[in-house]
Design a binder for this molecule. Structure first.
Ligand SMILES: [Zn+2]
Length: 71
């Protein structure tokens, strides 16, 4: 743990880019932190897949109309 880990305090080095988390290739400035749009899409799909994997409780509005069940 160092105080120099602050992003704003660390001068950016062109070749200090992290490797693409998808394929490990050097990340492109345009697609950071990925190397290409393809890898960005892959990560996005993973994220979406994970999101869809979460059980979602849908609010189903009952067909009952207000006052319809009252006698
Ligand atoms: Zn990549």
């Amino acid at each position: 743990m160092t105080q120099e880990d602050k992003p704003d305090a660390t001068p950016r080095k062109p070749q200090a880019a992290r490797p693409c988390p998808i394929c490990g290739k050097p990340a492109e400035q345009r697609w950071k932190p990925f190397c290409s749009k393809r890898c960005a899409d892959v990560d996005l799909n993973r994220w979406l897949s994970g999101a869809y994997a979460i059980p979602v409780v849908e609010d189903e509005e009952g067909p009952e109309e207000p006052g319809a069940g009252q006698a």
